[in-house]
Design a protein around this ligand. Sequence first.
Ligand SMILES: Cc1cn([C@H]2C[C@H](O)[C@@H](COP(=O)(O)OP(=O)(O)OP(=O)(O)O)O2)c(=O)[nH]c1=O
Length: 196
Amino acid sequence: MSKIILASASPRRRELLMQIGLKFEIIPSQKEEKMQGNSPAQIVMGLAMDKAEDIFRRAESDALVIGADTIVALDNVILGKPKDEADALKMLRFLQGKTHQVYTGVCMVMADKTQVFYEKTDVTMYPADEEQLTEYIRTGEPMDKAGSYAIQGRGSVFIREIHGDYNNVVGLPVAQIWQRLMRDEMTRKIVIENKE
Ligand SMILES: Cc1cn([C@H]2C[C@H](O)[C@@H](COP(=O)(O)OP(=O)(O)OP(=O)(O)O)O2)c(=O)[nH]c1=O
């Protein structure tokens, strides 16, 4: 039986993959995240590949390893996780009142096949003043999130509209992952073996 391994330390990703009824192991990649590429899509796919391939090298040869990375993009500026609270405030000031894109890259590695893809979601924020943003940062929620907000948490108060896959914003486009797993005979078999 082939194992499914999620190469991620993110509790959001774990929950989303559990939500679609899969059994899997978690082995987070410790690899330093180096952004490379000319577009947000290329960057997230590259980072997802780094994480998945790092874990695949150490896994049993018949494993299916899934890695992912999420970033926020607006006007050619790319936002990852904030370095500190001042950085989080800068990001939220920039995003408030505007529409940005959330990109999650996914890489699924198997011995004889690798699939790399991404999903993009448009997110529009309400305008917010300095006091609201500072108060939000004080909750600590933004600190480990790309773009310094969590749509699934208190950050939801800033969200006016989204266009696209909600789960993609939270960190894993499970619908696209599922569709791709079902399309391929080999991965479909692995899913059936690893159903919860
Ligand atoms: C925009 C947004 C991001 N996020 C999260 C998803 C990701 O966990 C995080 C972006 O950081 P990532 O570097 O993509 O992932 P991670 O470091 O949390 O986990 P790992 O590399 O081990 O897989 O931001 C939310 O939870 N809600 C949101 O609304």
